[in-house]
Structures are given as C-alpha cells and as structure tokens.
Design a protein around this ligand. Structure first.
Ligand code: IPE
Ligand code: IPE
Ligand code: MG
Length: 267
C-alpha cells in the first residue's frame, strides 16, 4: 500500500470516531513552533514560517470538511515585535505574499477573511491588501477565517475599557449599564461566538496573550507537534479529545437517578 493510502486510512479511522453533531463551531489555534522546527533541521527560522503556511491551508480545509464554521489563528502577537527586525520583516512580507496568492481561492470558497489586531504599525501595502481582502469577502458566509495580527488580549481589553469610559463621559451610557454583553460588544471579536476549542502546538502550556476574554470557557488542547509538522491527522486527534471532555461551565454533571436531596450533603 502506498504511504498516501496508509495516511488516508488513518485519517478515515479518526473521522469515523468523530461525532459530526458535536464538532466545535469555532476553533482557535496558536500556531507555535515554526522556528524550532527549522532550527532542528539546521535551516533558518524563515523555512519554518513558510512550511507553516502550507499547514494552515491543510487545517482550513480539514475544518471546513468537518463542518466547523469559524477558525481563528494567532499569526503575530503584540509581543512578536521584540524579535529581530529581519524575522519581523520576513513575516510581514509573508503575510503580504500569502494573502495575494490565496485571496482568490478564499473568495471562491465563500470564506470571509477578517484580520483582528491593531493594523496601524503595518506597512501601507499590507494594510491595503488586508482591507481589499476583507471588503471582497465581507458577504461570504460559508466559513469565517480570522487572522490575529499584532494582536494582544490585554491590549484588546484595555481598548474596550477605554471606549466604554469615553462613552460614559460623553453621557452615552451609564457606568451601571456596563455588563458582559456591553463589554463584549467593544472587543475586536464582537459578533463572533467564543471558541469552544483552543489548540496550541509545540507543547507550550500557555496562552501568550491570546483571546484572554474569549477563552474563558474554551477547552484547551496542547499538541507536542511543532506547527510545521501539524496536519489533518493531528487536528482530528484534537477534535476527538475535545469530544471526550465534560464541559460543566461551573455546574455539575447531571447524573441520571440522582437528585440533590439524596446526594448525602446533609449527612
Ligand atoms: C510561531 O512559531 C509563529 C509566530 C510566532 C509568528 P515561532 O516563530 O514562535 O516558533 P518557535 O516557538 O520559536 O519555535
Ligand atoms: C504566540 O507564540 C504567538 C503566535 C503564535 C503568533 P510565541 O512563540 O510568540 O509565544 P511565546 O513567546 O512562546 O509565549
Ligand atoms: Mg513560539
């Protein structure tokens, strides 16, 4: 049997274990480990970022195939500016190039692309292609693909607080009216359902300033695989693990034939 056939069979085995009714509607991914992947191979870190792009394309396809509706990926954090200028410039050029090459196909597939983060420090040509891609795809409704660039969860929360303070001092709202819903409406992700699942690759067990508000009740899956080695198979493993979780949201699991009265609390 060819290697491709073996991989296809392994993927099909996992697909059969997935409950199609319980696929997360929104998956967020911290695509981490590009640099280490390249370094391990004796290559410049940029090779890892390039390979990471083809993995992302595979994961978008896999998400659509499963029936997931929204994918949000962390492509560049507010802290990533501290990297050497050469790497930052490489990443900015890569975003530009990939967007140029892929936007037609994204649009043909009726995917809406949205960039989340403070775009102001990016060069004019990148801002222009981001803006034209967003307007081209704004009415697409099959799939939503969010790319977080120059994104930081704390900065997003501070900005929301500032906006509410301004509205309050202008007399548009009363401080007593501020609640979760109003706060949520000031975030960059307004209108987007919170992710049910967060995947982080490369084994790091932290959120690195990603979607701090939105991840409040997301299930977290850490994969030890470095992002450039991640693939549909590893992705399906994350979905299966997610489906085995018991999401309690602070409550208790409801057990048949058991009530509060006979649970032994009073004894
Ligand atoms: C993730 O891979 C991509 C970005 C942060 C842009 P890294 O570049 O962080 O790779 P590692 O973690 O150094 O291996
Ligand atoms: C998080 O990865 C940011 C992105 C994947 C874009 P980092 O590599 O920047 O995070 P740390 O430094 O390991 O926390
Ligand atoms: Mg990293």
């Amino acid at each position: 049997m060819s290697l491709e056939k073996v991989i296809d069979n392994k993927i099909n085995d996992l697909l059969m274990k997935i409950d199609k009714q319980k696929v997360p509607e929104h998956i967020a991914i911290i695509m981490d480990g590009n640099g280490r992947w390249a370094t391990k191979k004796g290559l410049p870190r940029s090779y890892g970022h390039n390979k990471g792009v083809s993995v992302l394309k595979e994961i978008i396809k896999a998400s659509k195939k499963l029936g997931c509706k929204t994918l949000t990926v962390y492509a560049f954090s507010t802290e990533n500016w501290t990297r050497p200028t050469k790497e930052v410039d490489f990443l900015i050029n890569l975003f530009n190039k990939v967007l140029k090459n892929e936007i037609e196909e994204i649009h043909e597939e009726s995917t809406k692309i949205k960039f989340i983060g403070d775009l102001s420090p990016f060069p004019k040509n990148l801002k222009e292609i981001i803006s034209s891609s967003e307007s081209l795809t704004k009415n697409n409704n099959k799939f939503l693909f969010n790319v977080c660039v120059n994104y930081g969860g704390r900065q997003e929360i501070v900005k929301a607080a500032k906006q509410l303070a301004l509205k309050s001092s202008a007399g548009e709202i009363k401080p007593s009216e501020i609640n979760e819903e109003l706060f949520n409406s000031q975030l960059l992700t307004r209108g987007i359902k919170d992710p049910e699942l967060l995947i982080r690759t490369s084994g790091e067990k932290r959120v690195s300033n990603f979607l701090l508000w939105q991840l409040a009740y997301s299930e977290i899956y850490i994969s030890d695989v470095l992002w450039p080695d991640f693939n549909e198979f590893e992705f399906l493993k994350a979905i299966i693990d997610y489906q085995s979780r018991n999401r309690r949201f602070g409550g208790i699991e409801s057990l048949p034939n058991e009530s509060f009265q006979d649970s032994g609390y009073s004894s």
